[in-house]
Ligand binder design. Structure first.
Ligand SMILES: CC(C)[C@H](C(=O)O)[C@@H](O)C(=O)O
Ligand code: SF4
Length: 467
């Protein structure tokens, strides 16, 4: 028998029943709940006069609709109603909840790891596509639909079909000012925005072992932007060190037993993957997106591509439409693209390490005239940690606004959004038309690159700015 992959081990240990036709009933250990995708789930419980099977295995927090300028009354009626409904639902159904004004609030994908709710070896779901993030801990974590959220609440199980497996082996070392976000953008540009569709992607290799948890989370987070519903990294000493003192992580003997189990999870050396991809990180340079899909990305040293050079007729048509929406002309150097806004934050790049990387660029410099820049920590705890290090002062002295935690300008579901035609250097993960506000133009990049763009007033190679 050949060895098993990390994915196989996680899957096999959670199968409750084989349903035939390639589907199984999969046990779900934990669910994260937010205000946008949960109303239907709670309603389905009410309609069926059901409760939650194991309410303590869920954790709810409001993140998408919350205001970041100041807490207090939410001005937008829809956003206000969404958050109020979540509060009513978690109260009625006894779901653990991190209130908006509490020290625990934040984006679900930042809060899960930060509190030790996310652990290796578990299955974790959320009505949110970026649930891939939690795979960085060796958890089988994936986004589910709004109706499935209700199924998990009532039954603690889900029907699932097994994914194919892909291993992305990362070798070499990152150069200065190049980060996991650049790796993700370079990888997506290489395999395509649907390149990982149908696959559970395991990131492996020496460069992954060398990465801190924040970088690993950025990689797994962006897996969905390559179409993969599952991103995975084998748990190791870095994972255990990150988790050991977290509030919800096991303690004492339970911790020791858990670590002993977690050490059995990495893919066996003779495990076979359905697809193998390799990337040498020494070749990765700072990347930015120029189009409206995450794979329409290029090194910052490049120019806006000519759609005529696209590999297929459909890619050409897409690029033509993207350039029209983005207001860009083929041949323009990417560094010549002026920006109006900067957004540093999101579940991709709103962690303390990301804020440190941006602050290193902002320190002693100033946001260019006419540019408005916001820094939005991924969680309230991240905000407090950043303030304890003085990062907030570095940002405000440099002309960046320092905000409360939330999804903010990653998604146009709250007060933070682009006006039509505005162009934004953004550390978020999606750049489709209207994502940051109707008519808004998004360029995805790393925190260091976004901070550098804010200082320069245009897209810029952070390595040149810092030389
Ligand atoms: C609102 C939510 C369901 C959505 C998701 O599934 O990812 C959002 O978080 C996003 O990033 O687009
Ligand atoms: S930060 Fe953005 S990508 Fe992440 S959960 Fe919020 S809206 Fe989705």
């Amino acid at each position: 028998m050949t060895g098993r992959t990390l994915y196989d081990k996680l899957w096999d240990s959670h199968v409750v029943a084989d349903l035939g036709g390639g589907e199984v009933l999969l046990y779900v250990d934990r669910q994260l709940v937010h205000e946008v995708s949960s109303p239907q789930a709670f309603q389905s419980l009410r309609d069926g006069a059901r409760g939650l099977r194991r309410s303590a295995t869920h954790l709810a927090v409001a993140d998408h609709a919350v205001p970041t300028r100041e807490r207090g009354t939410i001005a937008d009626p829809l956003a206000r109603a969404q958050v109020a409904e979540l509060v009513d639902n978690v109260t009625d159904f006894h779901v653990p909840y991190l209130p908006l004004d509490s020290a625990g609030q934040g984006i679900v994908h930042v809060v899960g790891p930060e509190t030790g709710f996310t652990l290796p070896g578990i299955t974790l779901v959320c009505g949110d596509s970026h649930t891939t993030t939690h795979g960085a801990f060796g958890a089988l974590a994936f986004g589910i639909g709004a109706s499935e959220c209700g199924t998990v609440m009532a039954a603690q199980c889900l029907r699932q079909a097994r994914a194919k497996t892909m291993r992305v082996t990362l070798t070499g070392a990152l150069s200065a000012w190049v980060s996991a976000k650049d790796v993700a953008l370079a990888l997506i540009a290489k395999i395509g925005a649907l390149g990982a569709a149908g696959y559970a992607v395991e990131y492996a290799g020496p460069a992954v072992s060398a990465m801190a948890m924040a970088a690993r989370m950025t990689l797994c987070n962006m897996t969905i932007e390559a179409g993969g519903r599952i991103g995975l990294i084998a748990p190791d000493e870095t994972t255990f060190a990150f988790l050991c003192d977290r509030k919800r992580a096991p303690k004492g003997d339970l911790w020791d037993a858990a670590v002993a189990y977690w050490r059995t999870l990495p893919s066996d050396t003779d495990a076979v993957f359905d697809r193998e991809v390799t990337l040498d990180l020494s070749d990765v340079t700072p990347h930015v997106t120029w189009g409206t899909t995450p794979d329409e990305a290029a090194p910052i040293t490049a120019a806006v591509p000519d759609p005529a050079d696209a590999e297929s007729a459909s890619a050409r048509r897409h690029a033509e439409k993207a350039l029209a929406y983005m207001g860009l002309t083929p041949g323009t150097p990417l560094e010549a693209i002026g920006i109006d806004r900067v957004f540093i934050g999101s579940c991709t790049n709103g962690r303390i390490e990301d804020l440190r990387a941006a602050a290193a660029i902002a320190k002693g410099r100033h946001v260019a005239p006419g540019v408005s820049a916001i820094v939005v920590p991924g969680s309230t705890a991240t905000k407090a940690a950043a303030e304890a290090e003085g990062l907030d002062r570095i940002f405000t002295e440099a002309g960046f606004e320092w905000r409360h935690a939330g999804c903010s300008m990653c998604v146009a579901m709250n007060d933070d959004r682009l006006a039509p035609g505005e162009r934004c250097a953004s550390t978020s993960n999606r750049n489709f038309e209207g994502r940051q506000g109707a008519g808004g133009r998004t360029h995805l990049m790393s925190p260091a690159m976004a901070a550098a763009a804010g200082i320069a007033g245009h897209l810029v190679d952070v390595r040149r700015l810092m030389a």
